[in-house]
Design a protein around this ligand. Structure first.
Ligand code: PAF
Length: 281
C-alpha cells in the first residue's frame, strides 16, 4: 500500500491510473478507523480497480467549541488496518497544503444543511462539502463511498454532486453496529463504561420507533416524543435533536405516508453521538 502526502503527487497518480483505464474508488475518512470504515473499503473494492482512502481531520467542519484537538488519531494503526483490507493508496495531506494562508474558497449546499445536525453545528456542512470537493479534485475518483451513519452528510454530498455535475457515483454503505447495537463511531472511544451502557438506548429507541411504524403508527410527533421519553430515562443523556423527515430530501414529516429517516443527535456525558434508521411504510 502506497502512502501519498503531497497533493500534486496524488493528482499525478490519479491521472496515471485513469490513463491506464483503472476505475478509482475513494473512501474519505478522518481516520481512527473502525469496522464501519473498513466496510467502506470493501464497498469501494467491489466496484473499482484501485481503492484510495484519505485520512485527514478537516478543521473547517469543527465548530470552535468542538473536539478538533481531541479527535482520536492513530495513523500507523489506520495504515495497517487499511492495508489488511486491501486499500491500495492512503492520501494523508497536512493542513498547510489543504488550507494554505489566505485560503478563501468554500462550497456550500443550501437549505438541507441548516436542519438536523446543521442546526446545532453551524458551518459544519460547509466544511464537509468544501473538503469533499477538494478531495474529489485531488483523488479524481469514479466512485466515492460514504457511510449511512452520517445520513445527512450522505444526502448533502449526493445533492452537491448532482448540483455541480460532478462525474462521480456516490455509494452509501449501511451502518455497521457493535453486537449490542451501538453504531460504530470513532467518538465511541470517548465513552466511559457506564456511558457506553447508556448509549445502547439510541439503537433501542430507533428499533422501538420502527416497530411502532410497522404496527401502524403514523404520527411523527407522537413517535418523536416516545423516542425522547425513552432516551431521557438515561441519566447522562441530553438530546440535541430528534427528527423524522423524508428520507431523500430531509423535508419535515407530520404524518408518515412514505419512507422516512428517523435521525437524532444525543450527548451522553460529553460525547455527542448520532444515529438513524430509514423506515419504509
Ligand atoms: O465522514 C467523515 O469522516 C468526514 O465528514 C469526511 C467525509 C471525511 C470529510 O472530512
Amino acid at each position: 500500500m502506497k502512502i501519498i502526502t503531497d497533493i500534486k503527487a496524488m493528482q499525478k497518480k490519479a491521472d496515471e491510473l485513469r490513463a491506464i483505464g483503472k476505475k478509482i474508488g475513494f473512501v474519505p475518512t478522518m481516520g481512527f478507523l473502525h469496522e464501519g470504515h473498513l466496510n467502506l473499503i470493501r464497498e469501494a473494492k467491489k466496484r473499482c480497480d484501485t481503492t484510495i482512502m484519505s485520512i485527514y481531520v478537516n478543521p473547517t467542519q469543527f465548530g470552535p467549541d468542538e473536539d478538533l484537538d481531541d479527535y482520536p488519531r492513530d495513523f500507523d494503526r489506520d495504515c495497517s488496518l487499511a492495508e489488511k483490507e486491501g486499500c491500495d493508496i492512503i492520501f494523508h495531506p497536512d493542513s498547510k497544503q489543504i488550507y494554505p494562508d489566505n485560503y478563501l474558497t468554500y462550497v456550500e449546499v443550501e437549505d438541507i444543511t441548516s436542519v438536523l445536525c446543521g442546526a446545532s453545528r453551524p458551518g459544519h456542512f460547509k466544511g464537509v462539502t468544501t473538503i469533499v470537493t477538494k478531495l474529489f479534485n485531488i483523488v479524481k475518483p469514479h466512485v466515492a463511498v460514504f457511510g449511512q451513519k452520517d445520513a445527512q452528510q450522505a444526502i448533502v454530498i449526493k445533492k452537491m454532486t448532482r448540483d455541480l455535475n460532478l462525474d462521480i457515483d456516490i455509494v452509501v454503505a449501511p451502518i455497521v453496529r457493535e453486537k449490542d447495537g451501538l453504531a460504530k463511531s470513532s467518538r465511541n472511544t470517548y465513552l466511559s463504561g457506564d456511558e457506553r451502557e447508556q448509549a445502547l438506548v439510541l439503537n433501542q429507541s430507533l428499533k422501538m420507533a420502527e416497530k411502532e411504524i410497522k404496527s401502524g403508527e403514523r404520527n411523527a410527533e407522537k413517535l418523536k416524543s416516545a423516542i425522547v421519553d425513552l432516551i431521557t430515562r438515561q441519566p447522562d443523556a441530553v438530546i440535541d435533536y430528534v427528527e423524522i423527515v423524508e428520507a431523500d430530501t430531509l423535508a419535515p414529516v407530520t404524518i408518515i405516508t412514505n419512507e422516512v429517516l428517523i435521525a437524532f443527535a444525543v450527548k451522553i456525558g460529553r460525547t455527542r453521538l448520532i444515529d438513524n434508521i430509514v423506515v419504509q411504510v
